[in-house]
Design a protein around this ligand. Structure first.
Ligand code: HEM
Length: 353
């Protein structure tokens, strides 16, 4: 473990912690051991809530100090998280002052092969994600929170929806804009979700980041008209699973096929999405996907891809590199998104920024 620099002395840190807990009340009080063991907000439940507002924010330079603005954002999010709304914050690399102890892989999301990243819908210092049971609840919560946060200005903002959102065999499933069910490759137990998605003490990360998650967002425009002209058979060979999740070689949905038994890719093509994403099905990539569909018009719809992982390099980045050249690439265009870090539950992390 690298030696990490401390930012505040113990007394200052204690002062921040105490005042934070007093202001925030029970919703974020993490002194009770039972609450500590609960899944962090962003990973709660097998299926995410079906509607989302994903808002990237930058600090208004003219406003209050950076640390105060972060504290205000934290308080607003904690107070908004009720039984109907699940909301969380994630930090972009720009949230960290120079020289601060940021998560080691956190940087600006680079463009990958084929991406056309539009800066007006990419990156941002802070990500605010609000999820709810209805589009209106999510939107109203977002408006209220933004009114409470004049220190921040919206950089980009997306509405997301998970049609047919449900849980089956412990897995959260939804239908994506290509009419395929997504979520089968995700873990079904909360222990495995935590194992894939939360930073552990043994990693070479700052101590404050343990229990947090890297979150990747990709705004992926999908050529649905072009896709819909293909036959279902072709679509399933591009994806590597049937529309309802069954495997192309007949392996039952909940089991994992052995792609090595099909070295030429006769049954599951070598450039099929799932084969590229997880070539060794006994050792699936350490990430948890919780994406939403977005719709901004018939010609601008797609996936608000979102995934969480404990290690950005072994999680998203390794998969994304393998997906280069996949058969699905000609139907997709990534236009935005970013890399963020969801801090661990509680407010102790505020001391370190
Ligand atoms: C371009 C839009 C995308 C679409 C339409 C899409 C669709 C799908 C579908 C239908 C499945 C199979 C069902 C499932 O296991 O959930 C799947 C699996 C998967 N996808 Fe994607 N995906 C997209 C982008 C991505 C991206 C950008 C990544 C990560 C870099 C990714 C990573 C994965 C992984 C890891 C699996 C599970 C593989 C397994 O464990 O079997 N996908 N995707």
């Amino acid at each position: 473990m690298k030696t990490r620099r401390k930012f505040l002395g113990a007394s200052a840190a204690a002062a921040v912690g105490t005042s934070g807990i007093a202001v925030l009340g029970a919703a974020v009080c993490h002194s009770k051991p039972s609450l500590q063991q609960e899944a962090p907000t962003h990973l709660r439940g097998a299926a995410p809530l079906p509607y989302a507002q994903v808002i990237s924010l930058d600090l208004n330079a003219s406003r209050a100090r950076h640390a105060d603005a972060l504290r205000a954002a934290y308080r607003t999010v904690a107070e908004a998280s009720t039984g109907h709304i699940t909301a969380w914050l994630a930090l972009g690399e720009g949230a960290f002052p120079p020289g601060s102890d940021k998560p080691q892989h956190l940087k600006q999301m680079p463009p990958y092969a084929g991406d056309v990243l539009d800066v007006s819908q990419s990156h941002g210092q802070l990500l605010l994600q609000i999820t709810a049971g209805s589009a209106l609840t999510a939107k109203e919560a977002a408006e209220k929170m933004l009114r409470e946060l004049p220190q921040w200005r919206v950089r980009w903002r997306m509405d997301g929806h998970r049609p047919e959102n449900r849980t089956e065999d412990g897995k959260g499933l939804a239908r994506n804009p290509f009419h395929f069910t997504e979520g089968y490759g995700n873990p079904s137990s909360s222990a495995e979700i935590a194992e894939r998605a939360t930073v552990r003490a043994v990693q070479d990360e700052p101590a404050w980041a343990v229990g947090g998650s890297y979150q990747v967002i990709r705004i992926i425009r999908l050529a649905t008209g072009f896709w819909d002209r293909d036959t279902v058979h072709e679509q399933e060979r591009i994806m590597g699973r049937r529309k309802d999740g069954r495997w192309l070689d007949g392996t039952p949905r909940a089991e994992r096929p052995v792609f090595a038994a099909d070295p030429q890719g006769k049954t599951t093509p070598l450039d099929a999405h799932v084969r590229r994403a997880a070539p060794d099905q006994r050792n699936p990539p350490p990430l948890v996907r919780r994406s939403y569909n977005y719709y901004r018009g018939a010609d601008d719809q797609g996936l608000l891809f979102s995934c969480f992982q404990r290690d950005l390099v072994q999680g998203f980045e390794a998969v994304q590199h393998r997906l280069q050249g996949e058969a699905m690439a000609k139907y997709t265009l990534t236009v935005g998104g970013g890399y963020f870090f969801v801090p661990p539950p509680g407010n102790a992390w505020l001391q370190w920024l």
